[in-house]
Design a binder for this molecule. Structure first.
Ligand SMILES: *Cc1c(COP(=O)(O)O)cnc(C)c1O
Length: 432
């Protein structure tokens, strides 16, 4: 399968090139040249298949031409060593819990898949060690570091701003050791991102080291997110509720919802999608007006969605051939203030005993407010509430218990290397 750039000004790439490069040379995002429909028989049988079985069929449709069957199977099964159960909250509203992976957030799926795919390409080429650089404000670093942990032939450098990530987030990528090195930068998240970008542009570094990025726009991180939409539908089939299905996705960079839209193109019978936003709602404005005006992000309690210029917007436009009407037919939007998010968490906990995280709360609220009669709603619960302990305890007014998996990170010893925000110190560090 070939991959083209959304900017249409770069040569087509192979899967391997698209994965290793991440971004196309014209700064566009890679798109697969075809989205294969899955056979009807698959949809009929899905209700009786396991999550990895379903995921393999979806993966095969994208990657089957480029990766041998047994290897792709191994990558998929190894990625999904945890479940994504669909849990009823009340009436026709279900939570798709994507937080049962190693770092308790949905990014585990894409990060684990990408790590294994990249590891496979490196081995196949007999390439020398590849260095993955990733800047993080918290969640991406933990998913990428844990996803790549122990993968042969890859060393990961996580750059994070000193004192600006929560302790629990910091522990998730500074305590791992092995092929993961955490760099504590005396600066902001923007400084970290600038250092990574400068490294990719530095001629000497690129000549001496194999550098690559594990950014969320990478096709190997983005496409596997389609897996759990199919599995959610299969679980609804089992429950006899798979009619008029509406999926609401808490969205920041819009990678997660775009993977769901790909699923619909592959034949998954989802009636429509809702993109739930916090106060960063440029996409909603686009739906309303047909005009897209990126803005600087504002900070909210659902901070993984604090994005003012969603990178995957380009993919949505491309998928729908820039047809605003077609986009608004499949997707509607909603937006919530911090106060509304907080109230939602409180009300759902008090009334139904279900604990939401601030991101999932936006997803739930979108269904509560916009689900029509006869529709069944699924929202994506993108992270475990205990990852946002202070906010969640504050909103529900009770202590929240922290899962063993998170606690065990807390027991680890922080190992990180302090660096200044000057590029020469980062460069010297990489070279020695
Ligand atoms: C990254 C993230 C999001 C946003 O996902 P996108 O794919 O960027 O839209 C939502 N919730 C949580 C918890 C996240 O970590």
């Amino acid at each position: 399968m070939k991959y083209y750039s959304t900017n249409k000004n770069a040569p087509e790439a192979s899967l391997q090139e698209a994965v290793v490069k991440g971004l196309a040379p014209d700064k566009g995002l890679y798109m697969p040249e075809r989205i294969n429909k899955l056979p009807e028989e698959f949809f009929r049988n899905m209700g009786n298949m396991s999550f990895p079985e379903i995921a393999y069929q979806v993966a095969e449709a994208f990657f089957g031409e480029d990766i041998e069957e047994d290897i792709l199977k191994e990558i998929v099964y190894d990625t999904l060593n945890f479940d994504t159960p669909l849990v009823p909250v009340h009436d026709a509203i279900y939570s798709l819990e994507l937080f049962h992976g190693p770092t308790l957030a949905f990014k585990d799926v894409g990060a684990r898949f990408m790590a294994r795919l990249l590891g496979y390409f490196i081995k196949k080429e007999g390439q020398s060690e590849v260095n993955v650089l990733v800047a993080t404000s918290g969640d991406t670093g933990s998913a990428v570091a844990n996803g790549f942990l122990g993968v042969e032939g890859i060393h990961v450098y996580v750059l994070y701003p000193k004192g600006l990530v929560s302790e629990i987030q910091e522990k998730q990528f500074t305590t791992l050791g092995q092929n993961i090195t955490a760099l504590e930068i005396d600066g902001t998240f923007d400084d970290c991102q600038r250092l990574v970008k400068s490294a990719f542009m530095d001629e000497e570094l690129n000549r001496k080291l194999n550098l690559t990025s594990a950014n969320s726009i990478n096709v190997a991180r983005f496409l596997p997110q389609a897996f759990y939409y199919f599995y959610a539908y299969a679980q609804l089939m089992k429950a006899g509720k798979a009619q008029e299905v509406v999926i609401c996705v808490p969205s920041g960079n819009f990678g997660n919802i775009t993977a769901g839209l790909f699923g619909k193109y592959m034949g998954l019978p989802v009636k429509r999608f809702i993109a739930a936003n916090n106060k960063n709602d440029v996409f909603m404005e686009y739906l309303r007006t047909g005009e897209y005006h990126p803005r600087a992000s504002v900070s909210t309690i659902a901070n993984a969605m604090d994005v003012g210029d969603p990178s995957n917007f380009a993919r949505i436009l491309d998928l729908y051939h820039h047809d605003h009407k077609a986009i608004t037919k499949d997707i509607s939007g909603c937006t919530y203030s911090d106060e509304e998010i907080c109230k939602t968490m409180n009300a759902v906990y008090k009334q139904y005993g279900y604990l939401l995280d601030p991101h999932g709360a936006c997803g739930y609220a979108g269904l509560r407010d916009f689900l029509k009669e006869n529709e069944t709603g699924v929202f994506l619960e993108t992270a475990h509430p205990a990852k946002f302990l202070d906010t969640v305890e504050n909103c529900v007014g009770e202590k929240v218990s922290v899962p063993e998996k998170l606690l065990s990170f807390m027991k680890g010893e922080k190992q990180s290397i302090p660096l200044s925000k000057e590029f020469y110190s980062f460069k010297n560090f990489l070279l020695k």
